[in-house]
Ligand binder design. Sequence first.
Ligand SMILES: NC(=O)c1ccc[n+]([C@@H]2O[C@H](COP(=O)([O-])OP(=O)(O)OC[C@H]3O[C@@H](n4cnc5c(N)ncnc54)[C@H](OP(=O)(O)O)[C@@H]3O)[C@@H](O)[C@H]2O)c1
Length: 229
Amino acid sequence: MNTALITGANKGIGYEIASQLGKLGYNIILTARSSERGIAAEKNLAKENIKCEFVEMDVSDLKSIQKAYEIVSGKYQSIEVLVNNAGIMTEKSNILKSDNDLVFKIFHTNSLGPLLVAKTFSPLLKKGARIINVSSGLGSICNGMQNYSPLYSISKTALNAITCQLSYAFEPLGVIVNAMCPGWVRTDMGGSGASRSVEKGAETAVWLATEAPIELTGKNFRDKKEIHW
Ligand SMILES: NC(=O)c1ccc[n+]([C@@H]2O[C@H](COP(=O)([O-])OP(=O)(O)OC[C@H]3O[C@@H](n4cnc5c(N)ncnc54)[C@H](OP(=O)(O)O)[C@@H]3O)[C@@H](O)[C@H]2O)c1
């Protein structure tokens, strides 16, 4: 049975990716910080006959990532899919006046987290494995950058660059690495007024995890189509 590890999967888009992959027969390792919400999510997926276990992991904390790796590598020989989905948003604010702790927190969560998770879990990622980094159009830089949430945007631009570099690093190992934008999705982060359902928001990540041609690596997608960085 193939195994998928999804970060930030106790709610929102991450939970929906876990649910969709679980229904396709993947064994799910669901990770996040809140174990209360994580165990509740694990129970909900189990009700849908999805094989799933919650492992606590704070992606902004290297020790927490290493602890999760010890737990997972003690039970599994390989992970076929890694979805770096965990992320936080910041409010629109003048970047010069932003709280310095928040500057570190958002980079540790949205940018360095995915890099360190991929690096730490790399021994479990064998030929044919797929890494999906959940990015955002707000991080895109090629057609001019929006000013909605500056720190968040920069953190996702960094995640896009990390995706490219990870794709080069994993290429000799036969592991593909892509980024995707879910669009504006109705979650705690996106708010109730967002234009997309979680099902739609998860769709491209699930496609990249399963059906996307293996030649596609080091690219950025929305709605299963390549988009600019
Ligand atoms: N919603 C949108 O419109 C939208 C648009 C573009 C991109 N995205 C991206 O999509 C991803 C998911 O967003 P969402 O809308 O589903 O957000 P959400 O509903 O706020 O869920 C965020 C998830 O990330 C987890 N998380 C936050 N910080 C974490 C950390 N340090 N370590 C581990 N897990 C952490 C949360 O669980 P805990 O708090 O328990 O850890 C939760 O499971 C994010 O990367 C976001 O940037 C969202």
